[in-house]
Design a protein around this ligand. Structure first.
Ligand code: 26Q
Length: 801
């Protein structure tokens, strides 16, 4: 079996033959008439074939050694493209490129033909994808469970500067990486009522759908191990109503099918606000129940004592979205297997872990007990029982604490009480989870909340996306750093040589030239690769403060115009990100950025000194282009609001220093890289809370800053919206009278920090040193480190390698 775990004996000619075979027999195409799509499919199948052996071997070894397995439950997996990542991990990228060239095909064009698997909104979904890759790399036996959305995150266009959403259609073409498993199917019930039979409660659902599995192998570094990402598609229990069909009522005949398919139709595009939508609750239960039924079936294949479930099963809830796992696992244990409440509770709690990703009150899930009891009547009973058990077990629990309060089910409290470990995603965030989010539950369970600082996979986010830098690193410290990222520290002594700094700068420049060309081709804006590339890419949110960035950009533009003869460092401000379709303020910010870009980019007075680009439809693939070419990483959220951030880590790895606040993982980035290599500014989380006590903070801060006064006045006068001068009156009014996210209070500090950036960048050698030190000190932010820590502190599982 060992041979199969690491069989990389692929020669160019064997790969060539495999590709031709797939082109001919799988796709039925002749090489002379094959399109880019056909070549991509043929190559994908040929690469996929190489994953199957390690995949089988991994599954077999886990089964034979009866190893404990990790189950990662997530409503989002933001995978991005798969082909190139798979070739990287199999050590076949160069071979694949060479072979495709023999066919007269450009490897890049083929790679870029693949649509992103965008089954997520942002950080939480991308973290799940990085975790899957790291678990495979570390040989941690794991399954990811999610939903096979037919439509991933919407596509974004700009019309007159405004965001327009269109449906995304990644499954229109065949998805070559998945295997349908129609035999792995479970019935998922909804609604109905609860009956008592022989003293036992029994749920009789009023509706049901089938969850059907689709498996994608996830292969780790060097192809040593592969795990499964299992995504559930919804299918009707009955295809259609034949009676109605025969009567000619075709639309009504298809109703059961339509109803079921809705469940896995679209990803909820909102990462801002909790919305009490019944369909969302159904999606959450659909994923969770299918996963748990699958987990129990697998356990019972080789065990008969469910008391021992926690020895073999660790279940991680990615935020509260799958928090119904607690009650659902208890229902299955009690109602299907006759286990008593107390014992079921003990078993479930020992299996479950809960990761919190947000403190924003508006994003915390709560469901009206009416809705909840209607959709999941049996679970409602179980939740009430868990809540009263907890109240009785902890008599000092205050009356206002609990799972069910004010006719609502609070999913955070439910997840907390049902988990043996609760974790935040950065040191600061985990402290705030203790202090602000669950202070009372933390007092009652002082050992439950722990920290697990996020990380990102260096295979995708350095090796794959930044070839020039990855080669420089390998040439400098040798191979192997990809799975041992602390080795980047070995670069530090080299950084002291001028030659290395020059090479580091040259690698960055290559990426910047490539990005400039892409910007020119796709955006029609010409930017100089000698300018400082300043990048803010993330979902558009008030707390992330893209507004602060664009206001400061206007101030900078204004300054250049006031004194065009001054010495300035040319800048390209790059923005990327989507707003939730219902988030009006975020959409207004997008429009403002585009409006300002229109004016600034056409100003002959500022010319190449300042350009603003905002390419639409930011996604994983765009991040892979932008991050390697960035000089400066914008991480400027209001302190206390960004749970961690993971983009910040990707920039650091790729040699872009951060301009940022003391928020989320920025705190730890600063610690690792040192303050002389980080542009810190702004209020701390404590100061933010203080400052908000003053109801006049906004006006006072604006009046104290001439630069900000000028900027707000220009916007109010319609300088950037001449066809509609009052377009941003609401926004400006909000700045003066509310400014909840303290844009005004941090404005001058941010502006000053940007001036420090300019000064530092003017010394190009000094900048190269700082940039290189960011890479050298980024080892801590590998998701391998994060996963090792989850394995030992939460899951109690070891590597099966
Ligand atoms: C909830 C209910 C109904 C509909 C949607 C949602 C929903 C969906 C997505 C709520 C939240 C999210 C996503 C949250 C998220 O991405 N959080 C980010 O998680 C990252 C990984 O831990 C952190 O790095 C970021 O700081 C955090 O914002």
């Amino acid at each position: 079996m060992e041979h199969a775990l690491n069989d990389l004996s692929v020669t160019p000619s064997s790969l060539e033959a495999d590709i031709l075979r797939h082109l001919t027999y799988t796709l039925g195409k002749d090489a002379d008439h094959a399109s880019t799509y056909d070549w991509r499919m043929a190559l994908s199948y040929a690469i996929r074939d190489r994953i199957v052996a390690p995949w089988f071997a991994s599954t077999k070894k886990t089964y034979e050694t009866d190893h404990k397995r990790v189950y990662y439950l997530s409503m989002e997996f933001l995978i991005g493209r798969i082909l190139e990542d798979a070739t990287i991990n199999l050590g076949l990228r160069d071979t694949a490129q060479e072979v495709m060239a023999r066919f007269g095909q450009d490897f890049r064009a083929i790679v870029e033909d693949e649509p992103d698997a965008a089954l997520g909104n942002g950080g939480l979904g991308r973290l799940a994808a990085c975790f899957m890759e790291s678990m495979a790399t570390l040989g941690c036996p794991a399954y990811g469970y999610g939903i096979r959305y037919e439509h991933g995150l919407f596509r974004q266009r700009f019309e007159g500067g405004r965001q327009v959403e269109t449906p995304e259609d990644w499954l229109k073409q065949t998805h070559p990486w998945e295997f349908a498993r129609p035999e792995a199917a479970y019935t998922i019930g909804f609604k109905g009522h609860v009956e008592t039979r022989d003293g036992r409660e029994l749920w009789v659902p009023g509706e049901s759908v089938i969850a059907s599995a689709h498996d994608t192998p996830v292969v780790g570094w060097q192809g040593t191990w592969a795990n499964t990402l299992r995504l559930w598609g919804a299918q009707p229990t009955t295809m259609f109503d034949l009676d109605r069909f025969n009567r000619g009522d075709y639309a009504a005949a298809a109703e059961p099918e339509t109803l079921a398919r809705t469940l896995s139709r679209v990803l909820y595009p909102d990462d801002t606000t909790y919305q009490g939508k019944e369909l969302r609750l159904k999606q959450e239960f659909f994923l969770t129940s299918a996963a748990l039924q699958d987990i129990l079936r697998r356990f019972l294949q080789s065990h008969n004592d469910l008391n021992r479930l926690p020895e073999k099963v660790a279940i991680q809830m990615n935020d509260t979205h799958p928090a119904i796992a607690g009650p659902e696992l208890m229902r299955l244990l009690m109602d299907d297997h006759g286990i008593e409440f107390d014992q079921a509770l003990t078993i479930a709690r020992a299996c479950l872990g809960y990761t919190n990703h947000t403190l924003l009150p508006e994003a915390l899930e709560k469901w009206a007990t009416f809705t909840f009891g209607n959709v999941l009547p049996r679970h409602m009973q179980i939740i009430e029982r868990i809540d009263s058990w907890h109240r009785r077990s902890y008599p000092s629990r205050p009356h206002y604490v609990g799972i069910v309060k004010h006719h609502e089910v609070r999913m955070g409290e439910l997840a907390f009480i049902m988990a043996h470990k609760v974790n935040g995603v950065s040191a600061l965030h985990s402290d705030l989870v203790k202090k602000n989010l669950f202070p009372e539950l933390h007092r009652l369970h002082p050992d439950r909340i722990i920290n697990q600082t996020n990380g990102v996979t260096p295979r995708r986010w350095l090796k794959m996306c930044n070839r020039p830098l990855a080669s420089l690193i390998t040439n400098s410290i040798g191979a192997g750093w990809e799975a041992d990222l602390d080795r980047l520290k070995e670069l530090e002594k080299l950084i002291e040589t001028k030659a290395f700094r020059t090479e580091f700068d040259a690698a960055k420049r290559l990426n910047k030239v490539a990005l400039s060309n892409w910007i020119a081709e796709t955006q029609g804006v010409s930017v100089s690769p000698d300018a400082l590339f300043d990048v803010q890419i993330k979902r558009i949110h008030e707390y992330k403060r893209q507004l602060l960035n664009i206001l400061q950009t206007i101030a900078h533009w204004h300054r250049i115009r006031q004194n065009p003869k001054g010495a300035y460092v040319p800048r390209v401000k790059i923005f990327g990100g989507k707003a939730a379709p219902g988030y009006a303020v975020a959409k207004e910010i997008i429009r403002l950025i585009n409006d300002v870009a229109e004016v600034v980019n056409n100003d002959p007075l500022t010319g190449d000194l300042l350009k603003i680009v905002y390419p639409p439809n930011y996604n994983v693939s765009m991040a892979e282009r932008l991050i390697p070419a960035a000089d400066l990483s914008e991480q400027i959220s209001t302190a206390g609001k960004e749970a961690s951030g993971t983009g910040n880590m990707k920039f650091m790895m790729n040699g872009a220093p951060t301009i940022g606040t003391l928020d989320g993982a920025n705190v730890e980035i600063l610690q690792e890289v040192g303050e002389e290599n980080f542009f810190l500014f702004g209020l701390t989380a404590d100061q933010v809370m203080q400052r908000r006590q003053d109801p006049d903070h906004a006006r006072k801060a604006i009046e104290a800053s001439q630069a900000l006064m000028d900027v707000l006045q220009m916007i109010a006068e319609g300088r950037f919206s001449p066809d509609q001068p009052d377009r941003y009156h609401g926004l400006v009014h909000n700045m003066w009278h509310s400014d909840y996210f303290l844009v005004a209070s941090d404005f001058d500090a941010f502006d000053a920090a940007q001036a420090r950036v300019d000064a530092a960048y003017a010394d190009r050698d000094g900048w190269a040193r700082m940039a290189a030190l960011n890479t050298a000190r980024s080892g801590f932010f590998s998701s391998d480190r994060t996963i090792r820590s989850y394995m030992s502190d939460i899951w109690g599982v070891t590597s099966a390698l």
